[in-house]
Design a protein around this ligand. Structure first.
Ligand code: SAM
Ligand code: SF4
Length: 474
């Protein structure tokens, strides 16, 4: 028996728009170099690509041409996002789950999993620990369970915002949780969430059905596929989509992600705010089928192609990946990463230097501290950014796109990145990171054109360094 949904609860665009035959045909297509170069050129003009055009990029097999794709992705990232990398941390609130996803240690049939939901005080302690390390943006993560109702999640979000100490505060809370109905989204939106993230895991129907038992809520493919569209209709207009790579052919999933993004653009005038592309990781009691695992060279290809296909969509690379992979992939178009992450329940106060498989959803590849990651970013020429200004000034959804398209991002985002970085350096960084960071800030300010904005920024940087003034943003 499959989990039934009331079709009246779907969004107005709530149909299954994944045409598998078409996507399978597209991933077998051939392309000549001229065609590929034409599409690269389109993308460099910051125009989103169609699914067919994306498939053409995937068809390039000459190594020199593939290098051209990588070079274009690196350039496009610099053109649209500059050298900023936005930083966040995941916070797992509860791992009770009524679903039985074959790849996840939180699945209900995993009797070995230590089940836990943070109580009010524990949540507060985790948030304080994150603030004391310098975080300003969190994503709260929940299993799917009746106890994690929209009201409950909204209350957690409110608690996070209310937890402050010294200069520590969380300024943007995103959610990664089960798909809700319109009313549920309105409830979490009222608590002030940033992005609502739902990964389809796999867009391939048969694989989806095999990994998500039909008797579970997650077993309903269409309810999940339609999840972010309902969120948008309920005014959660920053949504995140994603696929769990390693479950089915990565090329198929990539084209399906682009299909999903274009579907949202067509119906709601704006695409997803972010796309995530987690690769599957070892998890307790999970025996991975190796057939579709994505090796590093393909992963690189995947990220570069996505960058070219959706120029204005944020791309998130998580700490599932080991440091060396993160370092290489960042340049190809990533705009956000998590850092200093722990995904054991209570991990920010209780975990030591090693990971504990019976307490986490999967094993992380990068458990360096926020300070270490920030320092590496600075040394590699990036500006780690803790900025939350757009969402707080209502620059979300379509509004955000208006700012993004004419290139406003660099005028607003670079100054905001630098002032939030300055806060981090003054309040939380190690002496070594602070020294490198201050040099980077001087150099970045130097690069800005002279004028009122630069003068204001210099004034703000000075105030942050010399006083308790914080949270100054454009
Ligand atoms: N329970 C909610 C759901 O399934 O939508 C919240 C998300 S879950 C806690 C976060 C994401 O982790 C999932 O959507 C899935 O893509 C990913 N995930 C699950 N198992 C994983 C594994 N073994 N390796 C890597 N990522 C995994
Ligand atoms: Fe539950 Fe999410 Fe894990 Fe599936 S992926 S078992 S829904 S926590």
């Amino acid at each position: 028996m499959s989990f039934a949904i009331d079709s009246a609860k779907l969004s107005r665009s709530g149909v299954d728009f994944i045409d598998e035959d078409r996507l399978h045909t597209l991933i077998r297509r051939h392309a000549d170099a001229a065609e590929v170069r034409e599409i690269i050129a389109k993308s460099m003009c910051k125009e989103p690509l169609s699914v067919e055009e994306t498939a053409t990029l995937l068809a390039a097999d000459d190594p020199a041409l593939v290098e051209e794709i990588f070079a274009a992705a690196r350039q496009l990232k610099r053109d649209v996002y500059g050298n900023r990398i936005v930083i966040f941390a995941p916070l797992y609130v509860g791992n009770d789950c009524t679903n039985d996803c074959a790849y996840c240690a939180f699945r209900r049939s995993n009797r070995e999993a230590v089940r836990r939901t943070l109580d009010e005080n524990e949540l507060r302690q985790q948030v304080l620990a994150l603030e004391q390390r310098g975080h300003k943006r969190l994503i709260l993560v929940f299993g799917e369970h009746p106890r994690y109702s929209p009201q409950y999640m909204a209350e957690c979000v409110r608690q996070v915002y209310a937890t402050k100490a010294d200069h520590g505060e969380i300024r943007r809370v995103n959610l990664n949780a089960a798909p809700l109905d319109h009313e549920g989204y309105a409830t979490v939106k009222a608590a002030g969430i940033g992005t609502y993230q739902i990964f389809q895991e796999t867009y391939h129907h048969e694989t989806y059905a095999r990994l998500h038992p039909a008797s579970t809520r997650k077993g309903n493919y269409l309810w999940r596929l339609d999840g972010v569209a309902r969120a948008m209709e309920a005014k959660c207009d920053d949504v995140g989509i994603g696929a769990l790579f390693g479950l089915y052919d990565w090329r198929f999933e990539l084209l399906a992600l682009v299909t999903h993004a274009l579907h949202l653009q067509k119906h709601y005038n704006v695409g997803p705010h972010t796309i995530s592309f987690p690769r599957i990781r070892p998890a307790q009691g999970v025996h991975l089928d190796e057939k579709y695992l994505v090796a590093d060279p393909e992963f690189k290809r995947l990220v570069a192609t996505l960058r070219l296909a959706v120029p204005y969509t944020g791309l998130i690379l998580t700490a599932r990946e080991p440091p060396a992979v993160r370092r290489e992939i960042l340049a190809l178009g990533v705009s956000q990463i998590d850092a200093g992450s722990r995904i054991e329940l209570g991990g920010y106060t209780e975990a030591g230097d090693s990971q504990s498989m019976e307490r986490e959803q999967f094993e992380l590849g990068d458990i360096r501290t926020l300070d270490q990651v920030t320092r590496e970013l600075l040394v590699d020429g990036y500006i780690p950014s803790f900025c939350t200004a757009c969402y707080r000034l209502g620059r979300t959804g379509e509004q955000f796109m208006e700012y993004a398209i004419p290139g406003f991002i660099q005028n607003l985002c670079t100054p905001n990145a630098l002032s939030t970085l300055m806060e981090y350096l003054i309040d939380y960084a190690s002496p070594e990171t602070r020294k490198i960071g201050e040099a980077v800030i001087r150099c970045e300010v130097e690069k800005l054109p002279d004028g009122e904005r630069k003068r204001q920024l210099l004034d703000r940087l000075h105030r942050i360094a010399q006083s308790d003034e914080r949270d100054l943003y454009f």
